[in-house]
Design a protein around this ligand. Structure first.
Ligand code: COS
Length: 380
């Protein structure tokens, strides 16, 4: 798929920014397990915290191919920055813009595009892949809702000034009893829980959110009652393109590292890149990355064209995630012993970072389920 000139120019701009501002701290953030918050101001100045909303809310809207390129190029140098920006735009901004009232948009989006994070609360201890098993409950009491429950694995939970979360708003079984709400950090009963100690993406934040008798003003209900599950599924369809782009960027980062090393490392009198054993690995890695890139941009283009793209985003995420882990493992193999050292070459960090792309925003198994359902639907 040939990109337009504007897409290429956009990539050059983001690549230059990422190399100058983001790349230098990637290893340090990983090693210290330090949140990437130091970059939020410059990311906002670059417009990267408002890619999916119009300018009237402070956004710098771009099409989904450019958005994917931005996540890809950030992730190519720092997975933690990539996932934070992907989750913020796809899962934080998008649903408020898409399902929110004008008041909600005006209240929350300008802060978010200006550099403050928004989190997305779907997953619960007993509702992971089975997102519809949500146990968090919200009860209407007079002019407000009262919410109780726990959300887990929430990206940026400790730092986000607001989050959107699903809860059951009636005792009916099934997903039609699930609604969604915009919540604010600092409200009594909104507690940030344990921060996870992760194998990868250690410069991103993942924590619990606990809601205890949390009072939510009625006007913070997001969209229609009973449509929370559907809203979140629609949101995840788009989010999966950005996680696929993240996996693609990480794969490219691992490949960059392996290719450079292979051309520099001399064994038996010549660079190892001159041995066919290494060449074939490099060729396979580059081919798979290119195939993943076509899937990611193809899904993005379909989204922009207003077409149904659930299956395309699932395929892109499934394939790019698996290519990411394969590529990172091969990169370490090409680097040999030094590839296994933490902090020396990025391949090792990428290997730890990219695994999440096969899990977050729906495991590879869930992507296969989504793809298979669409295949069957098409012939029944
Ligand atoms: N877009 C619009 N509507 C959707 C949808 C989508 N992509 N996916 C499901 N829906 C709707 C269905 O159409 C159905 O509504 P109707 O009965 O009105 O048709 C409703 O939602 C229930 O759908 P379904 O029966 O498919 O729900 P399931 O409980 O079987 O769950 C999966 C479907 C498995 C796909 C869902 O639970 C899922 O995506 N799980 C993974 C969750 C995830 O990605 N978590 C990551 C955490 S977020 S960081």
């Amino acid at each position: 798929m040939l990109l337009e000139k504007r897409h290429q120019e956009f990539r050059e701009k983001i690549r230059a920014y990422a190399l100058e501002k983001i790349a230098p701290s990637a290893a340090e953030l990983d090693e210290k397990q330090e949140f990437m918050g130091r970059h939020l101001k410059s990311l906002a100045e670059m417009g990267l915290m408002g890619m999916v909303v119009p300018e009237e809310y402070g956004g710098k809207p771009v099409d989904t191919i450019c958005y994917s390129i931005a996540v890809e190029e950030l992730s190519r140098v720092c997975g933690s920055t990539g996932i934070t920006i992907a989750a913020h735009n796809s899962l934080g901004l998008f649903p408020i813009y898409k399902f929110g009232t004008e008041e909600q948009r005006k209240k929350y989006l300008p802060r978010a595009t200006g550099g403050e994070l928004i989190a997305f609360g779907l997953t619960e201890p007993e509702a992971g892949s089975d997102a519809g098993a949500t146990k968090t409950k919200a009860e209407l009491k007079g002019d407000h809702w009262v919410m109780n429950g726990t959300k887990c694995f929430i990206t940026s939970a400790s730092h986000a000034f607001a989050s959107i979360a699903t809860a059951r708003t009636s005792d009916e079984p099934g997903v039609k009893a699930i609604s969604s709400f915009i919540l604010e950090k600092g409200w009594p009963g909104y507690d940030i829980g344990k921060k996870e100690n992760k194998m990868g993406l250690r410069g991103s934040d993942t924590a619990f959110l606990h809601f205890t008798d949390l009072i939510i003003p009625k006007e913070n209900q997001l969209g229609k009652l009973g449509e929370g599950f559907k809203q979140f599924m629609i949101t995840l369809d788009g989010g999966r393109i950005s996680i696929a782009a993240m996996a693609l960027g990480l794969a490219q980062g691992a490949f960059d590292c392996a290719l450079k090393y292979a051309t520099e490392r001399v064994q038996f009198g010549k660079p190892i890149a001159e041995y066919q054993a290494i060449q074939w690995q490099l060729a396979d890695m580059a081919t798979e990355i290119q195939a993943a890139r076509y899937l990611v941009y193809g899904a993005a283009a379909k989204k922009d064209a207003g077409m149904i793209f659930s299956q395309d985003s699932a395929m892109a995420k499934l394939y790019a995630g698996e290519v990411g882990t394969r590529t990172a493992a091969k990169a370490i193999q090409i680097l040999g012993g030094v590839g296994c050292f933490t902090g020396k070459y990025p391949a090792e960090r990428i290997w730890r970072d990219v695994k999440l792309c096969e899990i977050g925003e729906g495991t590879s198994e869930i992507q296969r389920l989504v793809i298979a359902r669409e295949l069957i639907k098409a012939v029944s």
